[in-house]
Design a protein around this ligand. Sequence first.
Ligand SMILES: Nc1ncnc2c1ncn2[C@@H]1O[C@H](COP(=O)(O)OP(=O)(O)O)[C@@H](O)[C@H]1O
Ligand SMILES: [Mg+2]
Length: 626
Amino acid sequence: MNHLWRAIKLLFPLKKWLALYMVCAILLAAVSSAPLGLGNVLLYNLQQSVGQPNATAGSETADEHMPQHKIKAGKDAISKWANEYAATWFGTGSSLVYGLCICILVCLVIKGILDFLVSYLQNYIAMRLQMDATVRVMRHALTLDIGFFDNEKMADLGIRIYGDTTTLRTTAKVTLDMLEKPPYILFLLCLAVYLNWQLFLLGAVGIPIIVLPFLAFTRKLYKNTRKAIHTSIDMAQAGGQVLGGMRMVRAYNAVDAESENFAKLANRFTRFVMNKVVLRAIQRPLTEILLSLGAIAVMIVGSNQVLNHEMDLSSFLTFVATLGMLTSPVRGLLNTLGDIVEFVPSAERTFEILDHKPKIVEKPNAVACPALAKEISFENVTLDYGRGPIFRNLSFTVKKGERIGIVGRTGVGKSSLIYLLLRFYEPVEGALKIDGVDIRDTTFSSLRAQMALVSPDTFLFHTTIEENIRYGKPGASLDAVMEAAKAAAIHDEIMSFPEGYQTVTGPGGATLSSGQRQRVAVARAILRDAPILLLDEATSAMDTASEARVQAALDRLSVGRTSIVIAHRLSTVKNADRIVVFAEKGGIEAIAPHNELLTLSPTYKKLWDRLAGRGDDASTDELSVA
Ligand SMILES: Nc1ncnc2c1ncn2[C@@H]1O[C@H](COP(=O)(O)OP(=O)(O)O)[C@@H](O)[C@H]1O
Ligand SMILES: [Mg+2]
């Protein structure tokens, strides 16, 4: 219920629109009935003009205090007033006919306009509600810790951002539609109470009885809706995974298994959705039956009252008609309540993500990170992703302008060092400092603006190559983009594509080879022109020739910059100012230039000997450090 209230609160910023909607809806209700009234006046006058007696002016013999007669008297008074009013405005005879017809026409036009406005506002409010929520969730997701995305299903997030908020829109629409009903219900209720309040109470006895099974259904409906949502997420996830991993699926002959798996999920989804349908379908006739019970009680008691002359027949008939008219909006109201119940799980999921607070946040008094002038230092850094420390008490410094290589077996935590520096994760102990300022005290943008990252899983956006490179420096000119591409040894290849820089790279860059993807990523980093270069196996997927060219470009680029280079091949870092060697078992074994490491670090020596043992040219050797 809490979530429902929060969902309603989302409407608050739209309260002006909501008020406008209500005004239009009420006006529409009024204008809709106006032509009928005007028509009535017209007919009444026509009847009088042609000299026929007024049907309502018959003799009245029944008890004047019977409600039916009171209503008749009231109606007569109103029509008398309306007729007199019409006469003063339009005169009599044909001028009255024209006048009234024009009025009817005007009413119909106004009704048309209001119809449009009501429908427009209803959809606009619902749409705004959804989009405001979607944007809020997306904005929030963009601030969540990187670690959050390591463990979340992407399909789930996608559905939270768009699917669950769509439910918000549809529910808002039916609810707005329903908002028109209460005045109508209230009017009918007053009429029923006025006609015969004892009978009304009798008829309403059924309503609390309806509420009980409704509440019981509500829980079941809610649970089933939740299950249906989760199954739909599993389906989206499974579908996305299979489509994304199509090459593996085919290569490992998993086509049948995957389609079987998907069909199973689809069956589960069908089951939950049908459960929902059954629950709602049972709820409807059940409501009807319970409402009918009240109506039957009214019939019995009312008929007896008529037979005993306690009530006249016409009052009774009007009462029964009023009750009958009440059932439709009441049923509609209950239906909307069902829709709202189905909406609650979606609302929960939306608020769950909004309530998820990132742990790595900017401090309120965060300062701009100083432009690197002296050194980057890792001080007693211990990193733990939650499954035990990756490294403990790691300390080293990188001087400004220095080129630092990092070598070590896979999984030892080389990439993690870079992620710590970008503040994707935070150390459990120790600190990373830039010129003595703890990076936790700096703003994200000032910290990250100093760095250009090339990661081994080069991610390309599903857009043109030009835009992918420009991501490094938004607003850069095409010439600058091309310069960067030339430096990354990818320009000629791009130009050989029929659409050149306008070639769309496909989701994740699927239409490029991994070597090309990596060079686009390098171009992006080159364009960024940042003082700190973070190169994580930046040339791992390239062929020897491109690697040599890109390496040369990166070497040129790193002049006057500070770079941390994680080596995929020893040759990449041989010329680094200093090399950080991770021991096999983890932790730093030695930090020194290549020549000294040969004597200082057994791990490095072993790697180098293996390289030498192959007798290859060290500068282009492909021996992996791992
Ligand atoms: N997001 C993560 N969540 C949990 N464990 C992780 C995560 N990223 C990396 N690890 C673990 O941390 C260790 C170091 O990873 P990484 O820094 O990528 O190593 P390297 O780059 O040296 O190959 C690995 O054992 C890996 O399993
Ligand atoms: Mg790595």
